[in-house]
Design a protein around this ligand. Structure first.
Ligand code: GDP
Ligand code: IMO
Ligand code: MG
Length: 440
């Protein structure tokens, strides 16, 4: 029987989802994106030594680097067609066969030039403490158009007259906001129309009813992997609102963003760094200083190479936050955890784990809802001993130092979810499996 596994970020993104999706793809015949857009940046490192290759993916599912695996972009994804074609081109130049294996939903809302302009102009207009620090890719404004029922979708590209008519109406509205409210330049109608329609022919062969395709794939016995982008604490409903992205990033979205029934999702894997990072604005209770060389935050930033793939900003770093994870575990219905980047903590003498907060004089043991309360949370830490041994590349649980195993067991107990996988390096083999999601 076919099996479907959902891979979700449980923190503020960049947990190492791409590496784990690629690693799990040896058990799957299809990989599916179901939310977000090219704000995501997933780095895959394949092979060792001189033959090692690194792939950076934004929109194309991480399954693409495995030969013969089908990749699907579901209706929940907002699509910048120009970026997709650019990414396909890059992968083809690297020798991968992409177009025959990539399928795109006709229902994806299109990211157009005015979305990008709105995103950037709004960020520029916010006062410094209130900046969200978006990736500037037009994600938020495109999701707004979707729920306002005025988005142009992939499907519209194949009806040029109707596209032109709809574009006229929506652009009139957005140009009014751009020029009169945000004091910036309007987007030229004809240039936008020509640039959008010029991509239709290249996209058309990949456009498929994704819900139907996934149903058929399962019926044929194929295992599918649902690849989350961003992370639970960036979810538009459950995250640290308003410092979030504009999509639902949680496991339930794997169903809504593809047209697969929730009963078809068999296992939810929560990807979690052994510490915490965040890019952009918003509260972060267990945050550490990343600039002073004697701060553990410096080691996380430096050794963990914590620089954003999409915007090249330094990621903020902090201790593992079990109280935030507890919320993520419940929202996603996690079946198991995968703890990544354990190796980055090697040599830190004592590790703090945030187990709860003090909020307005009261102790709470789960991350509150919304940014205002989170910003007032003072972390409460439990301190556990670190380890001096090198864990980089360790691939067996019993080869981990005892203190590293204790640390992982403590996280497991605090989060109330089993640690099924541990990642000790960016490469495929640098992975420890305790329970395999596809063999449960
Ligand atoms: P994603 O957005 O969740 O896919 O994560 P990113 O790719 O943005 O960031 C994770 C980074 O950590 C990438 O550069 C990976 O190559 C790297 N990485 C993943 N797992 C590990 C690990 O266990 N150890 C180390 N040192 N690096 C890792
Ligand atoms: P992956 O898939 C980390 C953050 C941005 C910003 C907020 C809103 O690589 O884990 P947006 O452009 O989405 O409107 O920005 O969300 N953000 C991410 N942070 N990893 C990501 O993706 C992110 N995608 C968006 O930094 O704070
Ligand atoms: Mg990333």
């Amino acid at each position: 029987m076919s099996k479907n596994v959902v891979v979700i970020g449980t923190q503020w993104g960049d947990e190492g989802k791409g590496k784990i999706v690629d690693w799990l793809t040896d058990h799957a015949q299809g990989v599916v994106r179901f939310q977000g857009g090219h704000n995501a940046g997933h780095t895959l490192v394949i092979g060792q030594g001189a033959s090692q290759r690194e792939y950076k993916l934004n929109l194309v599912p991480s399954g693409i680097v495995r030969e013969g695996v089908n990749c699907y972009i579901g209706n929940g994804v907002v699509l910048d067609a120009g970026h997709l074609l650019y990414e396909i081109d890059g992968l083809e130049k690297a020798g991968l066969e992409v177009r025959n294996r990539l399928k795109v939903s006709p229902g994806c809302p299109l990211i157009l030039d005015y979305h990008v302009r709105l995103d950037k102009a709004r960020e520029a207009a916010r006062d410094p403490e209130r900046k969200i620090g978006t990736t500037g890719k037009g994600i938020g404004p495109t999701y707004e158009d979707k729920v306002a029922r005025r988005a142009l979708r992939v499907y519209d590209l194949f009806y040029p007259e109707r596209f032109a008519e709809k574009l006229r109406e929506v652009l009139d509205y957005h140009n009014f906001v751009l020029t009169k409210y945000l004091n910036t330049d309007a987007v030229d109608y004809q240039a936008q129309l020509d640039s959008a329609l010029s991509k239709a022919e290249l996209l058309q062969p990949m456009v498929t009813d994704i819900s139907a395709a996934l149903y058929e794939a399962n019926k044929a016995g194929h295992n599918l992997l649902f690849e989350g982008a961003q992370g639970t604490l960036l979810d538009v409903d459950h995250g640290t609102y308003p410092y979030v992205t504009s999509s639902n990033c949680i496991s339930g979205q794997a169903a809504a963003g593809t047209g697969v029934g929730p009963g078809m999702l068999h296992y939810v894997l929560g990807i979690t760094k052994a510490y915490t990072t965040r890019v952009g604005g918003g509260p972060f209770p267990s945050e550490l200083d990343i600039e002073s060389t004697d701060s553990p935050g410096f080691q996380m930033s430096d050794k963990g190479r914590e620089i954003g793939t999409v915007t090249k900003r330094k990621r903020r770093c902090g201790w593992f936050d079990a109280a935030a994870l507890r919320r993520s575990a419940r929202i996603n219905g996690l079946s198991g955890l995968c703890i990544t980047k354990l190796d980055v903590l090697d040599g830190i003498q004592e590790l703090n784990i945030c187990t709860g907060y003090e909020l307005d004089g009261k102790r709470v043991d789960m991350l509150p809802v919304g940014a205002d309360d989170v910003a007032r949370c003072k972390p409460v830490y439990e301190t556990v001993p670190g380890w001096n041994e090198n864990t980089f590349g360790v691939s067996r649980w019993e080869d981990l130092p005892a203190n590293a195993r204790h640390y992982l067991e403590r996280l497991e107990a605090l989060c109330e979810v089993p640690v099924d996988i541990v990642s000790t390096g960016p490469e495929r083999d640098e992975t420890i499996v305790r329970r395999h999601p596809f063999s449960l």
